[in-house]
Design a protein around this ligand. Structure first.
Ligand SMILES: Nc1ncnc2c1ncn2[C@@H]1O[C@H](COP(=O)(O)OP(=O)(O)OP(=O)(O)O)[C@@H](O)[C@H]1O
Length: 569
């Protein structure tokens, strides 16, 4: 069974404080010694001292008890440094984790609401520190005193201790049965508090717009609604507090009643003395009763708050699970976009909106459009480097995220405008995507894209390319990357203005080579002549993308006709 996330979060942050907590526990044992001994010493003082007519003996036992209380007081003083050593680092590490997690989530929220959430979780982390501090200070003290009283009681009269333990266990059982309901309702209270922060922040941020639209009543109603919901959540939580009545009756009043009722029987049949009865009453009144009362009143609320606030922080810290990498492979190089929408951030206007596109295997598609209309963004989406916010992209009918990542990388090659040429031989540069390529394949690629002349000029495939490409021109670098794409195993090649430094004739030759090598070719066109060569043309301009052929688009789109006209003039 795994622990709840709240407990795991607390454990993670307390892990480094075990040495301090061990010392805290050790001093707690010393601190509860007077409680443990009080009933036993009181019984001796009464039976062997005051009732036996030996007042000094009785006072002597009480003096021993007083000395033990002094030892307990020293132990209480020693508890505080270890308390601080436990709680202060907890706050620092918790705040670091939750604020980092909340900021990571900001990208998916409105900034105002996210800001409110960050301040809320910071407050909640501070609340955890305060609650753990109070729990370790007060509840720890009372619970250890209660436990010491029960052990002392067991030594005094096992039968009496048994009766009292049963009653206390019953009380705690009733309390435990209601705790989950209380936690649920208290969690609703905390959620509503956060909601108030978010709604109020949104209204305050937009207060000028609210005034301009005379929407004060609407804004007030929106805030009022969440405040009312919060009030109802608080009332629902308050209604669960009646459970303290049966718990206190069973845990506090019934044991005392049992002691009084059973006293004659215990005296007659079990030899219980008056001193032992007084000692037992002392354990009940000074040890058990305050412990149970505080646990149910302040301690209950405190532990409840701690459970709920920690649970909330654990939700904030939970890192969304990464989907497992895909394992599928694509059988064909047909690529499809279905209702794809993409924006660079949740609040930004989409660059691509509801785009559907089918590029069958073996097709040559050109993408054209004015600058900034999303052509490079589309190239990255089709290559699987960006993920659509809505819709999906498939290769051979398989959604890109379902494909085995290595298969995806080897199936689609994206060649950007900036050529990547690295230090090594020309062969190393050409076979970068296909290290197994043999000499005939290299010759074929170089001849196909028009690189042979450069190969000869450089002195063959084993010639060295210096770091950064040396004095190779931009066009020569582009030719090298085009030959690299030709040699690659990719069945889909996406050229993102990858021929921009080539003259039109060399560009045409390279594009035709890549189009006829097999597979699918997508060209983000640098010149309109690229569109003339393609089977299909996608025009990106404005909200509705247009798909057609070079001929049909000239009649269907004024922008396309302008682009063609501009190019030819
Ligand atoms: N990484 C990014 N973060 C935020 N916005 C971006 C990013 N990359 C591009 N954009 C924006 O997305 C829009 C489309 O850009 P993109 O580069 O896809 O257009 P394009 O049609 O290829 O332009 P160009 O022809 O000038 O290269 C532009 O408004 C651009 O500013």
């Amino acid at each position: 069974m795994t622990a709840p996330p709240a407990a795991r979060l607390l454990h993670r942050h307390l892990r480094g404080q075990w040495p301090a907590m061990r010392r805290l526990s050790a001093w707690s044992v010393v601190e509860s010694l007077p409680m443990f001994a009080s009933g036993l010493l009181l019984a001796r003082a009464v039976d062997h001292g005051f009732l036996a007519g030996r007042t000094m003996t009785g006072l002597g036992w009480l003096a021993v008890l007083a000395a033990l209380y002094a030892v307990g007081a020293v132990a209480t003083g020693r508890v505080y440094p270890w308390l601080a050593a436990t709680v202060e680092p907890l706050r620092d590490s918790l705040v670091t984790e939750v604020v980092a997690a909340a900021l990571r989530r900001m990208a998916d929220q409105a900034p105002d609401a996210a800001g409110a959430s960050v301040s809320q979780v910071t407050e909640q982390a501070e609340a955890v520190r305060a609650l753990v501090g109070t729990a370790l200070r007060n509840v720890r003290q009372l619970v250890s005193a209660g436990a010491a009283a029960l052990v002392g009681l067991a030594l005094l009269s096992p039968l009496l201790a048994l009766v009292i333990c049963l009653s206390v266990a019953l009380a705690l059982g009733v309390y435990a049965a209601f705790v989950s309901l209380q936690i649920r309702r208290y969690r609703a209270v905390i959620r509503q508090a956060e909601r108030i922060g978010e709604v109020a922040a949104t209204v305050v941020h937009g207060v000028r717009d609210v005034a301009a639209c005379a929407a004060e009543d609407r804004a007030a109603a929106a805030v009022g609604e969440v405040v009312d919901t919060q009030a109802e959540a608080l009332r629902a939580y308050a209604r669960t507090r009646w459970v303290r009545l049966p718990v206190l009756a069973l845990g506090v009043h019934l044991p005392l009643l049992a002691l009084l009722v059973l006293s004659p029987y215990l005296t007659a049949h079990h030899g219980l003395t008056a001193g032992q009865i007084a000692g037992g009453a002392g354990y009940l009144v000074t040890g058990l009763q305050p412990g149970i009362t505080v646990l149910v009143d302040a301690g209950g609320t405190l532990l409840l708050s701690l459970a709920v606030v920690l649970g909330r922080l654990a939700e904030v810290c939970a890192v969304p699970e990464e989907p497992p990498p895909g394992t599928a492979t694509a059988e064909s190089s047909g690529i499809e976009a279905e209702h794809v929408t993409f924006a660079y951030s949740p609040r930004a206007a989409p660059v691509i909106e509801d785009l559907s596109l089918h590029v069958p295997e073996g097709t040559h598609l050109a993408v054209v459009g004015p600058s900034g209309t999303g052509k490079s963004t589309l190239a990255n989406l089709l290559a699987g480097l960006l993920e659509p916010r809505k819709g999906k992209i498939t290769l051979g009918k398989v959604p890109l995220p379902h494909l085995d990542p290595a298969h995806l990388r080897s199936s689609i090659a994206l060649i950007p405008q900036e050529s990547y040429v690295f230090a090594g031989t020309l062969r190393d540069n050409l076979t970068y995507l296909n290290p197994e390529a043999a000499a005939p394949a290299l010759e074929e690629a170089a001849a196909a894209v028009g690189l042979s002349e450069l190969v000869d000029r450089l002195g063959g495939y084993e010639s060295d390319i210096p770091p950064g490409g040396g004095d190779l021109s931009q066009g020569e670098r582009q030719l090298i990357t085009l030959a690299r794409a030709y040699l690659s195993p990719a069945r889909v090649i996406v050229l993102d203005e990858a021929t921009s430094h080539l003259d039109p004739a060399t560009e045409a030759r390279a594009e035709e080579a890549l189009a006829t090598r097999g597979g699918t070719l997508i060209v983000i066109a640098h010149r309109m002549t690229s569109a003339e060569r393609a089977h299909q043309v996608l025009l990106l301009d404005g909200p509705v993308p247009l798909l057609g052929t070079h001929e049909t688009l000239q009649t269907r789109s004024r922008t396309y006709a302008d682009l063609v006209g501009h190019w030819h003039t």
